[in-house]
Design a protein around this ligand. Structure first.
Ligand SMILES: [Zn+2]
Length: 212
């Protein structure tokens, strides 16, 4: 299968995961544990596919084990973010965890903004490329998770003197941003690799137009 067809297939699967997961989360209301599981698996699969698209593009920069570790982290972290409901509720009860008076701390959108700034910082300062990749995977997990949650509740920014929620994100905007996310990141990371390549550190395999 050609790389372009493979990439197209991944985007179709990503779209189907988003739409199917969202529809099932609406249709299945009980048992609550099943609804929560569908919601959580949808987050995890979105994180997995987006991370895979990014990491595969830079497969010549990382070893095999690190590649699997990066993709596994994207998958698991996208799911684990919802553990903060239980931590905030100080309870293992799903009822308590889903009936909080405030949104839990890992749903603070300042986190993905901070990760984005860190990512740009490592790229701009030409830190180790692998460091940029690890920060990127964390960004993907938080951004894709919070973007999907934002279709119901908007983004929530919490910092000293700041407690602000945006309006819910329009559904097709969420779908479009989820699809664009890996390619925006690839373009950013490629700036670091291109500069490193000009210094003779890396071989360039990425061709921007091949993945658009
Ligand atoms: Zn969530």
């Amino acid at each position: 299968m050609s790389p372009t067809i493979l990439l197209l297939a991944k985007h179709i699967v990503l779209l189907l995961v988003c739409i199917t997961g969202d529809k099932l989360s609406l249709v299945v209301q009980k048992p609550h544990i099943l609804k929560a599981a569908i919601d959580n698996v949808t987050h995890a699969l979105i994180g997995l596919i987006v991370t895979e698209i990014v990491v595969r593009n830079f497969h010549d920069q990382v070893g095999r084990n690190e590649k699997y570790a990066l993709i596994g982290t994207g998958f698991v972290l996208s799911s684990l973010i919802d553990l903060d409901h239980f931590i905030e509720a100080k309870s293992f009860s799903l009822h308590d965890a889903t009936n909080l008076s405030e949104r839990p701390f890992l749903h603070n959108s300042s986190i993905f903004l901070g990760l984005l700034v860190s990512m740009i910082g490592t790229i701009a300062t030409q830190a180790k490329f692998n460091a940029s990749l690890w920060i990127t995977v964390n960004f993907i997990a938080f951004f894709t998770h919070q973007l999907r949650d934002a279709i119901r509740r908007g983004f929530w920014f919490r910092a000293p003197y700041l407690n602000y929620s945006t309006a819910p994100v329009i559904y097709w905007v969420y779908l479009a941003l989820t699809q664009l996310c890996p390619h925006a990141i690839i373009q950013l990371l490629d700036m670091q690799r291109s500069r490193s390549t000009s210094l003779g550190e890396y071989k360039t395999k990425y061709k921007a137009l091949e993945v658009v």
